[in-house]
Design a protein around this ligand. Structure first.
Ligand SMILES: Cc1cc2nc3c(=O)[nH]c(=O)nc-3n(C[C@H](O)[C@H](O)[C@H](O)COP(=O)(O)OP(=O)(O)OC[C@H]3O[C@@H](n4cnc5c(N)ncnc54)[C@H](O)[C@@H]3O)c2cc1C
Ligand code: SF4
Length: 523
C-alpha cells in the first residue's frame, strides 16, 4: 500500500465518539486519518427552519433499512461531520452512579458495567469542560458525585418554565436545570455566541454555538498538521491479516471509487447501528460471523430507550423560546408506590405547527396545530429499555441493515407518564392569569402523547458491548476487540446497559478514557 495511505491511527466516524477521540489524539503528533461518510452540514437558513428540518427531513439520511418483518424503515439519523451531535438537543447528562451496577427493573435486569462510575468520573468532568456544559451540581437528587463543578452556570428558565419548576417544587419534587452544552453567555448576551433560539433541539446551529463534535472537536483537531479528514468517505469493509489478529485494510468508497488505507490502530465509531453493520459486513474466514464476533454478540442487545413526547395542553399560553431547561429525576429509581426505576422527565425543544404536522399526533377536535403548539408544554420522557439479545442489527442478502426490535420495560414508561399527568393536575393558580395554568385549554386536562417509533434511533446504543468475558462481550474494558489487537470501538455501541438519561456525555467521556489508553499505547 502506498505510504501516503498508511497511518498510525484511523478513526471512522466523527460524532460524539469519533470526533471526541480525534480531538484527544490530535496533539500527539501521530499520523491520524479521520474518515467520515458525510460532508459538512451546509450553513444555510434552512438549518433553522422547522419545515425543512422536521417536516421535509432535509438533512436526514435517505437510506432505507428494514424492520424485523421486512417493512421499510426510514431512520431518523444524520451522516455529517460531527455526526448526530450536529442535530442533538445537547442535554449532556452523566449516567447515575447506580447505572454502572446491576439494577432490577420491572421488565428484567439492567446489567452492570465492567467499570465503576469512579473510573469514568474524571472523564465526565473533562467532557463537561470540552463540551461547555452549563448546570448546577447536586440540584438533581440523583446526581452522581463529581470532582469538579460544572464549567458554566445553568441556563436560566423562561417564566413559564420557572413557574412549572416552582409548582413541582411545591409538590415536593426536586426539579433541576438540565445540563446543556451551548455556548451561551447570559451575563453578557451581547458577547454570547448562542442567541438562545427556538430551533436548537433536532436542528443544526447556524451560528456554530451548539457544543457539537464538529465545532468543538473535529475542527480544532484539524488545526494539527498530523490530522487528515476525508469527507464523503464511506467505509465499506475492514480486512484483516491472514491470522485474523489485526485489521490491515480499511476499504472506503469515495468519489465513486474504492480506496484502501491502513492504520496501526483502527477505531470504529460509526454509531451503534452502522458500527455493528460494518463489523458484520467484514466477515472473513477467520471471523466467519463478522469481525470481533466469536461471542455472537455483535449487533445484539440493541437499545434506544423507551422515549415519548407528552404535550400537556394548558390554559395559559406557553411563549417559551428555549424550552429545554428543566428536568425531573425524582422517579428515576422508583417512587413510594412503585419500587422499580421509571426514568427521566425533561423537555424537547418548543414544538411548533410544522413539527406537529410532521409528527401528526391525534388532534383534539376544535384545535388547530397552531393553537395546540401555542399552549403546550412539550415533555420528553425516557425510560430504560433492557438489553435483549433478540433486539439486534443484522444484514439482509444485499448487505443492507435490518433492525429487529421488540420493546421492553414499557410498564416503567407507562407509570412515569401517569405520574407526570398526575402532577400536572395538581398545579397551583398562576399569578398572571388567575386560574390554574396547567389545566386543559378547553377540557379539564388534555394530554397528547406519542411514543417514539423504531425509526427514531437517536439514542441507539449497545450493539458491540464491552465486558471482561470474551464469551459475552465483543470489546474489553479499553473498548479494544477481544479478538483483534488493533481494533477499537468508541461510539455508543459499547454500552452494556443504557440508564435513562441521554447518552451523549457518556460516549464523549468514554472516548476520552479510551483516548488516554491509546496515547499510552502509542508512546
Ligand atoms: C434529534 C436528536 C436529538 C438528540 N438529543 C440528544 C441530547 O439532547 N443529549 C444527548 O446526550 N444525546 C442526544 N442525541 C443522541 C446523540 O446525538 C447520540 O447519542 C450521539 O451523537 C451518538 O454518538 P456516536 O459517536 O455513537 O454516533 P454519531 O454521533 O451518530 O456519529 C457516527 C458518525 O459515523 C459516521 N458514519 C456512519 N457510518 C459510517 C461509515 N460506514 N463510514 C464512515 N463514516 C460513517 C456518521 O456519518 C457519523 O458522523 C440526540 C440525537 C438526535 C438525532
Ligand atoms: S443559537 Fe443557541 S439555542 Fe440556537 S441553535 Fe445555536 S446553540 Fe442552539
Amino acid at each position: 500500500m502506498a505510504r501516503e495511505n498508511q497511518f498510525e491511527v484511523i478513526i471512522i466516524g466523527t460524532g460524539a465518539g469519533g470526533g471526541t477521540l480525534a480531538h484527544k489524539l490530535a496533539p500527539s503528533g501521530k499520523r491520524i486519518l479521520v474518515l467520515e461518510r458525510g460532508g459538512y452540514v451546509p450553513r444555510e437558513k434552512d438549518n433553522w427552519s422547522t419545515k425543512a428540518v422536521n417536516l421535509e427531513g432535509k438533512y436526514q439520511t435517505k437510506e432505507v433499512w428494514r424492520d424485523k418483518d421486512g417493512k421499510p424503515l426510514h431512520p431518523h439519523t444524520n451522516y455529517y461531520v460531527g455526526g448526530n451531535t450536529k442535530f442533538y438537543g445537547a442535554a449532556l447528562f452523566r449516567l447515575r452512579k447506580e447505572d454502572f451496577s446491576e439494577i432490577k427493573h420491572h421488565g428484567g435486569i439492567s446489567p452492570a458495567w465492567p467499570i465503576a462510575y469512579e473510573d469514568m468520573e474524571p472523564y465526565y468532568s473533562r467532557a463537561e469542560q470540552l463540551y461547555h456544559v452549563h448546570g448546577v451540581r447536586a440540584e438533581d437528587p440523583t446526581d452522581p458525585p463529581a470532582s469538579a463543578p460544572y464549567p458554566y452556570p445553568p441556563v436560566s428558565h423562561e417564566p413559564r418554565i420557572q413557574h412549572l419548576s416552582d409548582d413541582f417544587a411545591r409538590l415536593g419534587l426536586q426539579p433541576f436545570h438540565t445540563p446543556l452544552g451551548v455556548m451561551l453567555n447570559e451575563q453578557d448576551r451581547h458577547k454570547s455566541r448562542c442567541i438562545r433560539c427556538e430551533t436548537c433541539d433536532g436542528h443544526p446551529c447556524l451560528v456554530d454555538a451548539k457544543s457539537d463534535a464538529q465545532v468543538l472537536c473535529v475542527d480544532p483537531a484539524l488545526e494539527h498538521r498530523n490530522v487528515t479528514l476525508l469527507t464523503h468517505a464511506h467505509v465499506l469493509r475492514l480486512g484483516t491479516s491472514p491470522s485474523g489478529r489485526e485489521v490491515t485494510r480499511v476499504s472506503v468508497q469515495r468519489n465513486g471509487a474504492t480506496e484502501e488505507y491502513s492504520g496501526n490502530i483502527v477505531v470504529v465509531s460509526c454509531g451503534a447501528i452502522n458500527s455493528a453493520a460494518l463489523l458484520l459486513r467484514s466477515a472473513n474466514d477467520k471471523h466467519p460471523r463478522g469481525l470481533a464476533n466469536g461471542s455472537d454478540v455483535v449487533g445484539r442487545h440493541y437499545m434506544g430507550h423507551v422515549n415519548s413526547v407528552l404535550m400537556a395542553i394548558s390554559k395559559c399560553p406557553n411563549p417559551t423560546i428555549f424550552q429545554k431547561t428543566l428536568s425531573v429525576n425524582d422517579f428515576y429509581f422508583g417512587s413510594k408506590e412503585w419500587n422499580h426505576p421509571m426514568g427521566h422527565i425533561s423537555f424537547v425543544g418548543k414544538l411548533d405547527r410544522d413539527t406537529l404536522r410532521a409528527g401528526a399526533p391525534a388532534i383534539a377536535p376544535g384545535f388547530t396545530l397552531e393553537l395546540m403548539a401555542h399552549h403546550s408544554l412539550d415533555f420528553w420522557l425516557t425510560s430504560e429499555d433492557l438489553p435483549d439479545p433478540d433486539n439486534r442489527v443484522t444484514l439482509d442478502g444485499e448487505g443492507n441493515i435490518v433492525l429487529a426490535y421488540t420493546p421492553n420495560n414499557e410498564e416503567a414508561h407507562k407509570r412515569l407518564t401517569a405520574k407526570l399527568k398526575e402532577l400536572m393536575q395538581q398545579q397551583t393558580k398562576c399569578a398572571e392569569h388567575g386560574h390554574e395554568c396547567h389545566v386543559g385549554l378547553f377540557a379539564r386536562n388534555l394530554f397528547i402523547g406519542q411514543q417514539i417509533p423504531l425509526a427514531g434511533v437517536a439514542h441507539q446504543n449497545g450493539t458491540i458491548r464491552f465486558g471482561r468475558d470474551p464469551k459475552t462481550s465483543a470489546l474489553d474494558v479499553n473498548c479494544k476487540a477481544h479478538e483483534l489487537d488493533n481494533l477499537y470501538v468508541v461510539d455508543a455501541s459499547f454500552f452494556p446497559s443504557s440508564g435513562a438519561v441521554n447518552p451523549g456525555l457518556t460516549i464523549m467521556a468514554n472516548a476520552l478514557r479510551v483516548g488516554d489508553h491509546l496515547l499510552e499505547r502509542l508512546r
